[in-house]
Ligand binder design. Structure first.
Ligand SMILES: *Cc1c(COP(=O)(O)O)cnc(C)c1O
Length: 379
């Protein structure tokens, strides 16, 4: 039996081993240290923002940004329904109420018009909209030209959940540089990893300073442990920051590989009744970090599960897209602005193995398998 082909396996080389070993030998094992400072500076420079705060997860970054911008009980936060639960969970941690908005059909990102309509409707009802969150889905930035000016006009802060999108750009601007603050994730399956970790990015020094304080149990600058508010234990350890610096030194290489993988899928599946999420411009290119390649198998509804099961038997991990938040039992009673697009994407969407460490032969095995299941042999 050949090796299992995972969806998005971490790609770790001797480069990362050296970084981690150096950190271990330096004695900086206790949480903070020089690799944390350097990692923050390197990511800030890469994305083009003034300040960065290394944290234990992307979820923590979202949580702290929301707190700073005033999300709390009695307020609402508007966000896409097509996302990973972390985006919505962070809202609930603050006591605010999440309100979900549907996707656009071409790339699954939030529908900008519906997004702004939702904000207007909520404000019309007298609700306090503390913030709006965008999610750059599967490594592709949202339509910020349509979103940013409309929010600025209404004076509503934007938080960019760029957890999946490090290395992507939109009109020449880097993902992670939009809004008042942005969150990155370095979880194990993301475009680069610290095994677990995240980063909060902002040009606003006060925002980062506040988040920094909250992330270290809200310690006050006293010679003893003094606390005037409740804080969190959210910092990233120095050892993991060293791993992140190693990964960052290889980020462009890893993105290039994911783009090549995307192109191999586009070529290999071109004649089949599938549509690549991202539409016309789906080919590996500078805008899209190609974190995950996803296809829509039109009218697949009944056999999507069957296709995935057959793939699993062949040692290939295919997955559904994110199940929309408004369909999740935990958020079932949440307010939402839905037209049916995200539900359609969920019912028909398959995520293909996209990890930078995958070999061409492995991609070809996936292509062959998908071809077989869609052209009758597997049906
Ligand atoms: C992975 C992810 C997160 C959470 O990041 P963690 O580091 O796992 O906490 C948040 N939002 C989105 C869209 C993600 O994909």
């Amino acid at each position: 039996m050949t090796d299992r082909i995972h969806l998005s396996k971490a790609d770790i080389t001797e480069v990362e081993e050296e970084y981690v070993l150096r950190a271990l030998r330096s004695g900086w094992v206790a949480p903070l240290g020089p690799d944390v400072d350097a990692f923050e500076a390197e990511i800030a420079a890469r994305v083009g923002v003034k300040h960065a705060l290394a944290l234990s997860s992307g979820t923590a970054a979202l949580h702290l940004a929301l707190i700073h911008l005033g999300a709390r009980s009695g307020t609402v936060v508007v966000l896409p329904t097509m996302t990973f639960a972390a985006t919505a969970n962070a809202v609930v941690y603050t006591g605010a109420e999440p309100v979900f908005v549907d996707s656009r059909p071409d790339d699954g990102n939030v529908d900008p018009n519906l997004f702004i309509d939702a904000v207007d409707q909520l404000q019309h009802e007298g609700r306090r909209v503390a913030a709006v969150m965008t999610v750059d889905l599967f490594g592709r930035a949202c339509d910020y030209d349509a979103i940013e000016p409309a929010l600025a006009e209404r004076g509503i802060p934007l938080i960019e959940d760029a957890a999946e999108a490090l290395g992507a750009t939109y009109q020449g601007r880097a993902a992670g540089s939009f809004g008042q603050a942005a969150a990155l994730s370095f979880n194990g399956n993301k475009i680069m990893t610290t095994s677990g970790g995240g980063m909060l990015l902002s040009d606003d020094q006060a925002l980062i300073a506040h988040a920094r304080k909250l992330s270290t149990q809200a310690r006050e600058p006293f010679p003893w442990y003094e606390h005037t508010t409740v804080g969190y234990n959210y910092r990233l350890s120095n050892i993991l920051a060293a791993l992140g610096r190693g990964q960052l030194s290889r980020l462009d290489e890893m993105i290039g590989r994911r783009q090549a993988i995307r192109n191999r899928y586009v070529d290999g599946l071109a004649d089949l009744p599938v549509r690549f999420l991202g539409g016309e411009s789906v080919r590996g290119q500078s805008q899209d970090n190609c974190w995950l390649t996803t296809v829509l198998v039109e009218e697949a509804e009944d056999n999507l599960t069957q296709i995935m099961r057959a793939a699993a038997k062949d040692g290939i991990e295919l997955r559904h897209l994110w199940k929309p938040m408004h369909l999740q039992p935990v958020f079932g009673s949440a307010r939402s602005f839905i037209k049916g697009t995200a539900e359609h994407l969920f019912a028909n969407g398959l995520t293909l193995p996209s990890g930078a460490g995958l070999l061409d032969e492995e991609i070809d095995r996936v292509i062959k398998h998908v071809r077989q299941s869609l052209t009758g042999a597997g049906r």
